[in-house]
Ligand binder design. Structure first.
Ligand code: PLP
Length: 416
């Protein structure tokens, strides 16, 4: 303690670090979690000039800490981007882009298979703000040009589509969009940067909901926008200042930890999901399995061309005679948690019904059972799905050998 400090009251001493004892530079294996609202400047002139480092330095905790910058750098390294911007959720990432780059009088094209809440944002807030919104068939490819007008400023793609899993022809769409002067925003959360280089396919702004695979344990909400454009990044960053959007260093630290195991988790989920997808397709009560890595899935060839792998999320449809009974199957599952979101270590299931949620195309196949396959044993998950399907009455076409096989499963129950 210095002489001057000795004369300070204990309450003051509790607040001020001892003079002459700077924090040592500690170089641990994990990125430190640095919490801050106030960033301290050496003098008033530096404070006056702080916005010079707004885009890449530290001005206020809301706009960047060493932990959030480390995560942004890591995401850039993974995706070949020059900028990454963190926001409080995947939905915030999507809506921030739309708010930043669209103004009254503009027109936006959005895939009909988009994530539901962004559809609600577009038809609600964007429309009332004076932006005209057109939803388009996700399989439209280069014909998207027919829907573009002189005021079309942005095209939103999501591949595969939420729940219905349509694979979009991203190079064809981005080429036409750019030729017409429009930006392309891509929600590429399903593929993650591991399995699709969307920037290389022409997408200008890539959204990844880090709440899914990047964090990976169902306990963090965060979204990222990555881009190669300095100008687009700066405009987005300016908007975060106006809206007061930032992320917690503690959450960033969890995502940084998640990234270290993400390749292994995604690989395992993906392998298990494909095994389960094939298994489900062979079940007599299943009408269809919607999984882009299955060779007969429409769009599989484009998926093979543009993606290097799959994740663990796919959908299944029950046969017509079981339509309307999807919730019974879901309720009978023992190892799958029922809930929104996906991409965590535990398997999750959700009923989804696109029937009334589309305007450019019609969905006539009824309710979907969306599965997010986690890291449990694939045999246990298959047995769980089998016993849940057993709760439906046997159709005449159900095979006897099918029933016999279930009887040996550890989770099997007699058919209802
Ligand atoms: C495809 C897709 N994009 C974006 C989001 C939004 O992410 P968040 O839950 O972080 O808002 C979700 C969430 O389920 C999603 O499935």
């Amino acid at each position: 303690m210095t002489r001057a400090q000795k004369f300070l009251a204990p309450a003051t001493r509790a607040l001020h670090p001892p003079a002459g004892k700077p924090q040592p530079l500690f170089n641990g294996l994990a990125t430190p979690t640095v919490r801050a609202s106030t960033v301290v400047f050496p003098d008033a002139a530096s404070f006056d000039a702080r916005y010079a480092s707004f885009y890449d330095g530290y001005t206020y905790g809301l706009f960047g800490t060493p932990t959030s910058r480390a995560l942004e750098d890591q995401l850039c390294a993974m995706s070949g981007a020059s900028h990454s911007l963190l926001v409080p959720s995947g939905q915030a990432a999507l809506s921030l882009v739309l708010m930043t780059f669209l103004k009254p009088g503009d027109h936006v094209l959005i895939t009909d298979s988009c994530y539901g809440p962004i559809r609600a944002f577009a038809t609600g807030w964007l429309a009332s703000w004076g932006v005209s919104v057109t939803f388009y068939d996700p399989l439209i490819s280069a014909s998207i040009g027919d829907l573009m007008t002189s005021v079309t400023k942005l095209v939103l793609v999501e591949s595969p589509g939420s729940n219905t899993m349509e694979i979009q022809d991203l190079p064809a769409i981005t080429e036409v969009a750019h030729a017409n002067g429009a930006l392309v925003l891509g929600d590429m959360t399903w593929a993650t940067p591991l399995h699709c280089d969307a920037l290389e396919l022409g997408v200008d702004l890539v959204v990844d909901a880090l709440s899914k695979y990047a964090s990976g344990h169902g306990d963090v909400l965060m979204g990222a926008i990555t881009t190669r454009s300095d100008d687009l990044y700066r405009r987005l960053k300016d908007m975060t200042r106006l809206l007061g959007l930032g992320v917690s260093p503690d959450d960033c630290s969890l995502v940084l930890r998640g990234l270290q195991t993400m390749p292994l988790r995604v690989e395992r989920s993906s392998q298990s999901a494909l095994t389960i997808a094939h298994h489900m397709r062979a079940r007599p009560k299943i009408e269809a399995v919607l999984h882009p890595a299955m060779p007969d899935f429409p769009g599989h060839d484009i998926w093979k061309r543009d993606f290097t792998g799959a994740s663990g999320v796919f959908s299944v449809l029950l046969k017509p005679q079981y339509k309307g009974r999807e919730n019974e199957v879901i309720d009978a599952l023992k190892l799958f948690a029922i809930g929104a979101s996906w991409g965590s270590a535990r398997s999750v299931v959700a009923p989804q019904d696109p029937t009334n949620g589309r305007t450019a195309t019609r969905w006539t196949r009824g309710k979907i059972i969306r599965l997010s396959i986690g890291l449990e044993s694939v045999q246990d998950l298959m047995a769980d799905l089998d016993q849940a399907l057993d709760h439906l009455p046997k159709a005449r076409a159900d095979s006897i050998s099918e029933h016999a096989r279930h009887a040996t499963s550890p989770l099997s129950r007699p058919a209802a």
